[in-house]
Design a protein around this ligand. Structure first.
Ligand SMILES: *Cc1c(COP(=O)(O)O)cnc(C)c1O
Length: 238
């Protein structure tokens, strides 16, 4: 390990946050957009408590997590302390975890099937409020990837709104890792426009500037803020 005084030390989380925020601002200016219209979601999955404390100290309050149980462990106790905290579920959700998810998360970004819409509606009824959701679209129609297929998205959006009375705020996508992300971001934006949706959650560490150019309102950034994750990401089952 290098000491913190070493010229070769890794940037601190505060430095990384400042760098990402500066790049978001620059991408907004280049695209003629107001930086206030692009929200940075810090993806805190797998991060250690010290890393969470460090990023909270920078004022960051919006976080993305991909597993319900892991997020409960990380955030249940911090909820009271950090004012203005917003937690967003960005990983696949099983119907039997819908109640836990609605209890912990402010927004579920991964609605991708009618059965889950029904489970979220039921969970919302118990809590007396309509869950806020994004519909995840599998823009690359990848077999292994979660998300509704593009040609089924409009119907799912309509069902989520009209049948299940969910608060559908927008769309989310994760483009195929081996392709240019831009056409996928454009597809998502077109889909949001024709459905009258304003939120576009797209762009990660490698492509958030492209996503901002394509209209992203929420970028989900992990590695660029925290450094490499502590342990390999396990396939999400929650
Ligand atoms: C892990 C993850 C991210 C963040 O990825 P980085 O490349 O580390 O920025 C964004 N979105 C989703 C859905 C993720 O699972």
């Amino acid at each position: 390990m290098t000491s913190s005084s070493s010229a070769f030390s890794a940037p601190s989380i505060a430095e990384r946050v400042a760098e990402v925020r500066a790049r978001i601002d620059a991408a907004c200016h280049a695209a003629g957009r107001d930086p206030a219209d692009v929200i940075l979601t810090a993806v805190s999955k797998t991060q250690a408590p010290e890393a969470i404390d460090a990023i909270l100290a920078t004022g960051q309050r919006i976080f993305g997590e991909n597993r319900v149980q892991e997020a409960q462990g990380r955030w249940a106790d911090r909820r009271g302390g950090a004012q203005g905290l917003e937690l967003r579920l960005i990983g696949p959700l099983q119907t039997n975890k819908a109640e836990d998810a609605v209890a912990l998360f402010d927004v579920m970004e991964t609605l991708d099937r009618e059965k889950l819409a029904r489970a979220l509606a039921k969970a919302g009824e118990k809590r007396g409020r309509s869950p806020r959701v994004l519909v995840q679209v599998n823009t690359g129609a990848e077999d292994q990837k979660a998300g509704v297929l593009p040609d089924a998205a409009d119907a799912l959006i309509a069902a989520a709104r009209d049948t299940y009375r969910l608060t559908v705020e927008g769309l989310m996508c994760i483009p195929p890792a081996d392709q240019d992300a831009e056409p996928h971001f454009q597809m998502l934006r077109d889909m949001a426009e024709r459905n009258g949706l304003s939120v576009l959650s797209m762009g990660m560490s490698g492509d958030y500037e492209t996503a901002i150019r394509c209209g992203a309102t929420h970028v989900r950034v992990g590695t660029a803020l925290f450094g490499e994750r502590n342990r390999p990401e396990t396939p999400s089952s929650s």
